[in-house]
Design a protein around this ligand. Structure first.
Ligand code: GLV
Ligand code: MN
Ligand code: MN
Ligand code: MN
Length: 448
C-alpha cells in the first residue's frame, strides 16, 4: 500500500551526515581528526552546534522540541490522535575523542530524514512520532556509558550524572557544561515526563559480522553485558638509577601484569577485557611509578560471564599485586607466565572500583518483529540472503529505553567493522537501506 512505497532520499540523508561533520573537526585531546573523522565530545562547543542544527531541522519540519535537564532533545511530530506517547527514533550526536561521522549520527540523521519523507508525502501517522538526540551516549567525556538515557530510564541518578567529572582534563562537570552551552532544559529527565510508545535505533554495526557474511541489515535482538572497573595500583616512588630491581614496588610493572592477565582471563572465558585509560604518577623518566590507575571494560554475552570475569579479576589482581603467580589459564600458558624473567620486587596494593554496569539486554519481540518484517519488505525477494538476526557488542541508548518501552535496533555494515576511529565508513546505499528499514519499522509499529 501507499505507506510501503515511501522512500528515503539517499542524497539528502548523506548531505545531513556530511554537513553535520563540520562540527568537530578541531583539535581535541591533542589530536586532530582526519578528513573523515569527527571529534565532538559531549557538551563541547561543537556538540552545541550540532544540537542547534538538530533543533532547527526538526522545528522546520513541524516538530515540537523539548529539552530535559540532561540536555536530551526530543522532537515530536503530532499524529492524527495524540492520546498515546510518540514512537521515537533515537541515537546520539556526540562522538569519541577521535571518532567517525556515522556512530550515532546515522541514527539521528535517519530520524530527521524520516520526518522529511513524512512531510514531503503529507503523511499523517496514527500517533505522534519523534526523534531524540541523547546526551553523552559515548561516555567518553563524562565516563558513564549511555548516561542520559540511563537517567531518563531512572537507572542513573540525576545528581550522579550532573556531578560526573570530565575525564580530561578533569576541571569541569556535566552539570556545569550543560549550563555553559545552554542545554540544561527545564523538563525533568524521566520516562514519566517524556514517555515513549517505542524506541527504534539505526546504527552502524561497529563490528565485522554483517560485512563478513555479505548481509545488508542486522535485526538486533539484544546487547551483551558490560561492566567498567577502575583499578588503582599503589607502589613506591623511588630513584630509577639507585633502586635495584628487588627493592622496587613498581606500580606500572604490576599494572602491566594485570592488564596482560585480564586479556588471558578474557581469552579463557569467552569474554572481552580492555584498558582504554591509564595514568601513572609521578610521570618522570627517572622515578619508578608509585601509582597507576587504569580502566577495565569487561564484556560478555551473559551477566554470569561478566560476574565470573569480575570475580577472577578481583581474586587474581590481589595475588599479582602481592607478587604471587596466578597460574596458567590456557593450554600453552606456563604457570608462571606473568613472572617469567621478572625479578621479584616488593608488593604493591590494589583497589578495584566498579563505576558503570549494564546487564545483558533482550529487546522487545514486537519491535524485533516490526524490524524483521520491515527489512524483508524493503529488501524484497532476496531478503533471506541479506538479513540476519544478531546481538550488539556495543552499548546503545536503546539498552535503557528498552527498560521503559518496547525497543529494538537495526544494524548496517561498516567497512572492516571499524568504529571509534576516524576511518569509520558506511556506504551511502547501506545508510539509506538502514534508514528505509527504520522508516518502515516505525510506520508498522504506528499501526500495530
Ligand atoms: C557504548 O557506547 C559502548 O561503550 O558500547
Ligand atoms: Mn553509538
Ligand atoms: Mn560510540
Ligand atoms: Mn555506543
Amino acid at each position: 500500500e501507499h505507506l510501503q512505497s515511501l522512500k528515503v532520499n539517499t542524497q539528502r540523508l548523506m548531505e545531513d551526515i556530511h554537513y553535520t561533520s563540520r562540527w568537530g573537526t578541531g583539535e581535541k585531546w591533542g589530536e586532530k581528526p582526519t578528513e573523515t573523522g569527527v571529534s565532538r565530545l559531549a557538551l563541547s562547543d561543537a556538540d552545541k552546534e550540532a544540537r542547534d542544527w538538530f533543533i532547527h531541522a526538526t522545528e522546520a519540519l513541524g516538530c515540537h522540541v523539548t529539552i530535559d535537564e540532561m540536555g536530551n532533545i526530543f522532537a515530536v511530530r503530532p499524529g492524527v490522535k495524540n492520546d498515546k506517547p510518540p514512537t521515537f527514533v533515537g541515537s546520539h550526536l556526540d562522538t569519541q575523542p577521535s571518532g567517525g561521522r556515522y556512530d550515532g549520527i546515522l541514527g539521528v540523521c535517519a530520524g530527521v530524514e524520516m520526518l522529511k519523507v513524512l512531510a514531503d508525502n503529507w503523511v499523517e501517522t496514527e500517533y505522534p512520532v519523534g526523534v531524540v538526540n541523547w546526551t553523552n551516549e559515548e561516555g567518553a567525556r563524562f565516563p558513564i556509558s549511555m548516561m542520559s538515557s540511563g537517567v531518563w530510564a531512572g537507572y542513573i541518578p540525576l545528581d550522579t550524572a550532573h556531578n560526573a567529572k570530565e575525564v580530561h582534563p578533569g576541571t569541569t562537570t556535566m552539570g556545569a557544561e550543560l549550563k555553559r552551552i545552554g542545554y540544561m532544559g527545564k523538563m525533568p529527565c524521566s520516562h514519566e515526563s517524556m514517555p515513549m510508545a517505542a524506541h527504534f535505533e539505526l546504527h552502524i554495526e561497529q563490528g565485522p559480522l554483517l560485512e563478513m557474511s555479505n548481509k545488508k541489515i542486522g535485526v538486533v535482538t539484544g546487547v551483551q553485558a558490560y561492566k567498567w572497573l577502575q583499578v588503582t595500583v599503589k607502589g613506591r616512588e623511588t630513584h630509577t638509577g639507585t633502586t635495584d630491581l628487588k627493592s622496587r614496588a613498581d606500580a606500572l610493572l604490576t599494572a602491566a601484569k594485570m592488564i596482560l592477565h585480564s586479556h588471558k582471563l578474557a581469552t579463557a572465558n569467552n569474554a572481552l577485557a580492555s584498558t582504554g585509560i591509564l595514568h601513572l604518577k609521578p610521570g618522570s623518566t627517572n622515578t619508578v611509578p608509585g601509582e597507576v590507575t587504569f580502566t577495565l571494560d569487561i564484556r560478555a554475552q551473559s551477566d554470569e560471564a561478566v560476574a565470573r570475569m569480575e570475580h577472577l579479576i578481583n581474586h587474581d589482581f590481589h595475588k599479582i599485586a602481592s607478587g604471587e603467580n596466578v597460574g596458567g589459564l590456557n593450554p600453552g600458558c606456563p604457570l608462571d607466565a606473568l613472572n617469567t624473567g621478572c625479578t621479584p620486587g616488593l608488593p604493591c596494593t590494589v583497589t578495584i572500583k566498579e563505576f558503570f554496569k549494564s546487564p545483558a539486554t533482550n529487546f522487545n519481540p514486537l519491535c524485533i518483529d516490526a524490524v524483521n518484517r520491515a527489512a524483508h519488505s524493503v529488501l524484497g525477494p532476496d531478503s533471506q540472503d541479506l538479513v540476519m538476526e544478531m546481538t550488539s557488542g556495543a552499548g546503545h541508548d536503546s539498552v535503557y529505553t528498552n527498560k521503559r518501552c518496547p525497543t529494538s535496533m537495526i544494524f548496517v555494515p561498516c567497512r572492516e567493522g571499524v568504529s571509534h576511529n576516524p576511518a569509520e565508513f558506511c556506504k551511502d546505499e547501506d545508510c539509506a537501506l538502514g534508514a528505509q528499514v527504520l522508516l518502515q519499522s516505525v510506520l508498522r509499529f504506528d499501526r500495530m
